[in-house]
Design a protein around this ligand. Sequence first.
Ligand code: ZN
Length: 117
Amino acid sequence: MPFCYKCGAQIGEGDRFCNKCGTKVGEQIISQPVVSPTVGTSGVAIAALVLGLLGFPLGWFLGLVPIGAIICGLVGIQETGIGKKGGRGMAIAGLALGCVTLLGWAMLISMAIIFWD
Ligand SMILES: [Zn+2]
């Protein structure tokens, strides 16, 4: 015999509503949220990868793009992991891309300064 989850009154087998409080029988089961095993993907990790990829064509002109990728990568790594958000690989890739681009960019500037005079 089922019981009303709201007031605890006994509900008849064929009843759709509780006789005592009027609560819809089976509402609890329907309204129960589906527990998802995934915690979701870190938005910062995605941003790191996007900025890291953008840093290749844009980094030579805008040093801020690879710097942004490095910052987002570091934050993304902190934010992701076991029991945390997904996307750690993207955060690491973004961080690596940002470092490589920034290094190349810094080298180009150094070369320009060296050959200036
Ligand atoms: Zn009830």
